[in-house]
Design a binder for this molecule. Structure first.
Ligand SMILES: Nc1ncnc2c1ncn2[C@@H]1O[C@H](COP(=O)(O)OP(=O)(O)O)[C@@H](O)[C@H]1O
Ligand SMILES: [Mg+2]
Length: 512
């Protein structure tokens, strides 16, 4: 048995030892002794006042007060060069991806990110215009440590450099809001009220832990639901030139999809298009369950990159909560162009059609963050628009995107020009997940419709000039007979929604 009085017994001995050593100067041992004094503390009220203890206590109290007087040294670097898009700073050490700011004489400041280094010099990319920066201007680090959560069980350790970079608001507080690439509201609806902050770059999901694509996601567009069925967690490209109907199609999906949350990243589009997308295409009912991140063409390349990453981070947060997210990124090409701008500015040599190699590394890094989460988490189904100007299928970004996405939907200008909307070219488009998530009957029906459609197109000219003799090709006869029905099936008005069940019934009717 432990004697409950033993602590009391031990204390006088300890106190006496201290008295004997009373003339030692307080050095590193002070901590040890302070600890011992604390151990002895519970018994204090039972003891006569101890001179030695009192001396130590007052000494430690003085120390405590002195510590409060210490002013931490603020390390500042200096701007030594600004050329084009890049600022060079010296005298400060910061990691790649770290954020810093340069105070201006008028009280404002320019924020920047470390995008490279050269010997002792840091290469900084400003987030906004650099007007007002003077030679020798000070540079301060903005590394945030206070947002670092305390270690917790069941949470990944936060040792990555990215976790010490800036954090941005994510979570439910953003629903129905329009924000810029730094999480500042653009919609005049007041500050964003969300407690949850996350770094821009999410954690990589172990490919073996990812839930497979097993369920369909109803996107509310007939041609896609029936012919190019999208799986939950699938990533698709929407390939088209400008003015072919990408934004309208994405807006229709955003309004009619059965996904829980929609995150829209408008990257590098014209400012006018941003407003049009939000007010006319998305509309109030679409916006209510959406978050829009807008980084239009006039913001810096860095902000455009950040906008895409921020939209993805927002989607990742919803996925973590178990929600099925539809992420719409318009456009992936502009994201690549922003990365090209930065890479060329810091001296990376261009490789393929003016794109430096880092661009092709950044694309999969962004795209791989979406998709299904680990089992038990939600999903991010993503649509990335890819610009194929002049139907240039050799465009390196289109090429690279096709390789990293699980399918592509091609919009055809000829169809759009003939008033066939959505102008989806069902011959050239493919959903690589469709095979795994649809029934055999559905696949057969879709294949038959595609065959009829193609057969007609191949012989269109013959039929037009009356050179085709009905009866010589039974398949073509059916195609001609069904022509109008098939076209009506593939077309859809902006205000019309088409849910999966209805789509499948209509598909069966069309080819019967
Ligand atoms: N489903 C549709 N029904 C009717 N018109 C459409 C449809 N989709 C697109 N359009 C027409 O095409 C135009 C351009 O579409 P938009 O989505 O802005 O093109 P993009 O984003 O590819 O540049 C729209 O202004 C609209 O007139
Ligand atoms: Mg558009």
């Amino acid at each position: 048995m432990i004697d409950p009085n033993s602590a009391v017994d031990a204390s006088p001995v300890l106190a006496e030892d201290l008295v004997n050593d009373a003339d030692v100067t307080p050095t590193a041992d002070a901590n040890v002794m302070a600890d011992q004094a604390e151990i002895a503390a519970p018994a204090e009220q039972d003891l006569p006042p101890n001179v030695h203890n009192q001396r130590w206590q007052s000494y430690l109290k003085d120390c405590r007060e002195l510590i409060h007087l210490v002013e931490p040294l603020e390390v500042a670097g200096r701007i030594v060069k600004v050329t084009g898009l890049i600022m060079v700073a010296t005298g400060i050490k910061m990691p790649i991806g770290g954020a810093c700011f340069i105070p201006l004489q008028d009280g404002g400041r320019v924020e920047a990110e470390v995008v490279g280094f050269d010997g002792e010099n840091l290469l900084l990319m400003p987030q906004s215009a650099v007007d007002g920066v003077v030679p020798g201007a000070k540079v301060f680090s903005m590394e945030v440590t206070e947002t670092l959560p305390k270690p917790q069980f069941g949470r990944p350790p936060r040792r990555r450099a990215q976790d010490r970079a800036r954090h941005f608001p994510v979570g439910d507080g953003l629903l129905g809001r329009v924000v810029d690439a730094a999480g500042n509201p653009l919609d005049n609806l007041g500050p964003i009220s969300t407690e949850v902050m996350a770094p821009l770059s999410g954690r990589v999901i172990n490919p073996l832990m990812r839930a497979p694509i097993e369920d369909t996601l109803d996107v509310g567009v007939r041609a896609i639901n029936a012919m190019l069925t999208v799986g939950r967690g699938q990533r698709l490209g929407l390939f088209a030139g400008s003015g072919v109907g990408k934004s309208v199609l994405l807006g229709m999906m955003a309004r009619y999809t059965t996904a829980d949350v929609i995150v829209v990243g408008l990257i590098g589009e014209r400012g006018r298009e941003v407003q049009e997308f939000i007010e006319q295409i998305l509309g109030p009912e679409g916006l209510a369950r959406s978050v829009v991140v807008a980084a239009p063409a006039d913001v810096s390349a860095l902000m455009r990159l950040q906008g895409a990453n921020y939209a993805t981070a927002i989607a990742e947060r919803f996925r973590q909560q178990g929600k099925n997210v539809l992420l719409i990124m318009d456009s992936l090409t502009r994201y690549a162009m922003a990365q090209r701008e930065i890479a060329l500015a810091i001296g990376e040599p261009p490789a393929t059609k003016g794109y430096p190699p880092s661009v092709f590394a950044k694309l999969p890094a962004l795209v791989e963050r979406t998709g299904n989460g680990a089992r038990g988490e939600g999903s991010i189904t993503a649509f990335y628009t890819v610009l194929t100007e002049g139907d240039d299928q050799q465009d390196p970004i289109a090429d690279s995107a096709r390789a990293i996405l699980d399918g592509h939907i091609v919009l055809n200008r000829t169809l759009a020009e003939s008033g066939h909307y959505p102008a989806i070219d069902i011959e050239q488009s493919i959903s690589r997940a469709m095979h795994n998530i649809t029934s055999k009957e559905h696949q057969q029906a879709a294949r038959l419709l595609k065959q009829l459609y193609s057969r007609y197109l191949r012989n269109q000219d013959l039929i037009a000039v009356g050179a085709y003799q009905p009866g010589s090709d039974p398949m073509l006869d059916v195609a001609i007979k069904k022509r109008d029905q098939i076209n009506a099936f593939l077309q859809q008005d902006i205000d019309e929604s088409a849910y999966m069940q209805a789509c499948l019934q209509q598909l069966a009717q069309t080819i019967s």
